[in-house]
Design a protein around this ligand. Structure first.
Ligand code: ATP
Length: 290
């Protein structure tokens, strides 16, 4: 096999709670992760090794992203090839579609695609667990992205429990034209003094019962306490989604992307038009759970 292509899907958080800040600076989280139908495409081709060392070449169709070690794709490829002693080289191309620095784990999902892609290209026989164990070294969300689907994520994000997928629904996803640094959000979150916590256990139960109402009724993200204060546009987008028929709307991850859940594609389509007209977000998508 000389070429492998993988889709790297974006995620949203149906619920996101932060339990505490650990002494090492990491935050202990409790989140419900969900894959959605927005994806990047990565292609992997065997290349030449350089003086007995693996040579990694990365080309990206977005000017915003680096092609060197600054890119999680590069870092994941290097880690895998060093760990498994791969002597050949690899040429990787990325077609970027997931909004960048948006709270949709685009970079982590690309890194996860590298695990699957190189596993197949070089016949490495990594199990899902092998990939996840190595993947966490690249980022806390990478182990989840390696498995995808619906999952409860605990610890720093590495303790994963698969959960039943939600009933089908339409999603409107909108990213306002602002960049939110994940670091800024967590640094300004006072996890110990949070007054309200989303009912993540209730959300998991609603998922197991297949109740869309139970899910939408429990959507909550404690990181909104930081981002909405600084960027009121996030609140505005949520309000517009709800005013245009969403069962509920929430910021994903550390933001600024907002998603709304709709019971029909037509409703989501109408809300898309309303959102486009108001000009608060340039990147808008109608999609579904994957
Ligand atoms: P999360 O939801 O995990 O917080 P995010 O969606 O907020 O992630 P990403 O799009 O994954 O953020 O990227 C955050 C930063 O990581 C970007 O500013 C970018 O420079 C860097 N980065 C490195 N590699 C990638 C990649 N392959 N795709 C996107 N961003 C990348």
């Amino acid at each position: 096999m000389n070429q492998v292509t993988r889709k790297a899907y974006a995620k949203i958080n149906l619920g996101l709670d932060v339990l505490r800040r650990r002494p090492d600076g990491y935050h202990e989280v409790k989140m419900v992760m969900q894959t959605v139908g927005i994806f990047d495409t990565l292609t992997f081709r065997k290349g030449q090794g350089k003086e007995g060392l693996p040579d990694i070449s990365l080309s990206v169709d977005s000017k915003e992203l680096p092609c060197d070690k600054g890119n999680l794709i590069y870092r994941a490829a290097e880690l895998i090839m060093e760990t498994y002693g791969v002597k050949e080289g690899v040429d990787i191309t990325l077609k970027k579609n997931i909004p960048i620095a948006a709270g949709m784990a685009g970079g982590s999902s690309d890194a996860a695609a590298v695990f699957h892609g190189l596993n197949k290209l070089f016949g490495l026989s990594m199990s899902l667990q092998d990939m996840q164990k190595l993947g966490v070294k690249i980022g806390a969300d990478v182990p989840y992205c390696i498995m995808g689907g619906t999952a409860l994520s605990e610890g720093i994000g590495e303790i994963l429990t698969p959960v039943a997928a939600p009933p089908s629904a339409s999603l409107l996803i909108a990213k306002p034209d602002i960049n939110v640094s994940t670091k800024f959000v967590y640094e300004n979150l006072h996890a110990d003094t949070l007054k309200e916590h989303p009912d993540i256990d209730g959300m998991v139960k609603a998922l197991q019962e297949g109740s869309l109402e139970g899910i939408t009724g429990r959507m909550g993200n404690v990181l909104e306490t930081v981002t909405i204060k600084k960027y009121p546009v996030i609140r505005q987008i949520k309000d517009i989604m709800i005013a245009n028929g969403a069962e509920n709307a929430l910021m994903s991850g550390s933001g600024p992307t907002v998603f709304g859940i709709y019971t029909g594609k037509e409703r989501a389509g109408e809300a898309y038009k309303a959102m486009e007209k108001l000009g608060l977000a340039r990147q808008i998508y109608v999609t579904e759970f994957v």
